[in-house]
Design a protein around this ligand. Structure first.
Ligand SMILES: Nc1ncnc2c1ncn2[C@@H]1O[C@H](COP(=O)(O)OP(=O)(O)OP(=O)(O)O)[C@@H](O)[C@H]1O
Length: 271
């Protein structure tokens, strides 16, 4: 798939079949997320309102992996949650294939979610965790078993169907959570710091595996992280955020070679 900038900020996506699709994929336009109460609920007039996402524009083409990178509190999760429909927008739009998602509830967006703690169902074994979304889609049992086996294979856990969640390591749990999130074939997968609870070496290995799995399944993804090495390992393009603003969106090579500002260079450890 190739994306061409057709001017005026719009994108034409040429798919494998050669059919051009205007505005295919995710488009965030001028998005604003504002919290009117502090997180702890205590009223402090001077800090009563926080603009967590400040007029952000972002496009993710079909099949593309984009990472949102920035320090703690810069608004990455708020933007991801707004895309998911978990946080209301105070301004702007979130669109999929050029259709505005305002009013489309979380469960109807056909987006998958994966968080830091994969939040597996403890009473289901690994296989039945992966099968969860397929059961909801009423996929027949034999087909379900085949797809669960294929997904476990894909995430490097061949034969783990009957393993109890309590017996899995942290890395294995996140692999199962990734397989579960991919099972219903979401049109967009939203990953919020999925590796940050793991130790550094495991994180590096899993980052490469996550990229391979997303590419092999052709999954479009938005991946939040505060770790630039992880963002560079996983994503096709990386958006650097600071203070609610998106400072630059570029490929890892472009970011290393031409950081748009001193803030970007500093955050990437380049200055
Ligand atoms: N539910 C909430 N209520 C009030 N303020 C919030 C809420 N969620 C986030 N914030 C504030 O919005 C800003 C952005 O937070 P957000 O969690 O989006 O940043 P982040 O970059 O994902 O940070 P982290 O990596 O620490 O999760 C911060 O100032 C945060 O305190």
């Amino acid at each position: 798939m190739v994306s061409l900038n057709s001017g005026a900020g719009s994108t034409v996506t040429v798919t494998d079949t050669g059919v051009a699709r205007h505005g295919a994929g995710l488009a965030v336009r001028d998005a604003v997320v504002r919290y009117t109460r502090p997180r702890d609920g205590l009223w402090r007039p001077a800090r009563a309102g926080t603009t967590a996402v400040d007029h952000v524009w972002l496009e993710v083409d079909e099949g593309e992996i984009v990472a949102l990178l920035g320090p703690s509190g810069c608004g990455k999760s708020s933007l991801l949650r707004a895309v998911a429909g978990l946080e209301p927008l105070a301004g702007g739009t979130v669109r999929w294939d050029d259709a505005d998602l305002a009013g489309v509830p979380v469960h109807r967006r056909q987006f998958g979610l994966l968080f830091q703690d994969g939040q597996l169902f403890p009473h289901r074994d690994a296989g039945r965790n992966v099968a969860y979304g397929l059961e909801a889609q009423h996929v027949p049992a034999p087909e379900r078993a085949r797809r669960v086996a294929g997904l476990l294979d894909l995430v490097g856990l061949t034969g783990y169907e009957r393993r109890r969640v309590a017996t899995l390591s942290g890395g294995e749990r996140q692999r199962v959570a990734l397989a579960r999130a991919l099972a219903p074939s979401p049109r967009l997968l939203l990953l919020d710091e999925p590796l940050s609870a793991l130790d550094r070496r495991l994180r590096e290995r899993l980052a490469a595996d996550v990229r391979r799995v997303l590419k092999e399944t052709g999954t479009t993804a938005l991946f939040v992280t505060h770790d630039h090495e992880e963002a560079f390992a996983v994503a096709d393009r990386v958006g650097v955020m600071s203070d609610g603003r998106l400072l630059q969106v570029a490929t890892p090579d472009e970011l290393r070679e031409k950081p748009a500002s001193r803030d970007v260079a500093e955050f990437l450890g380049l200055s």
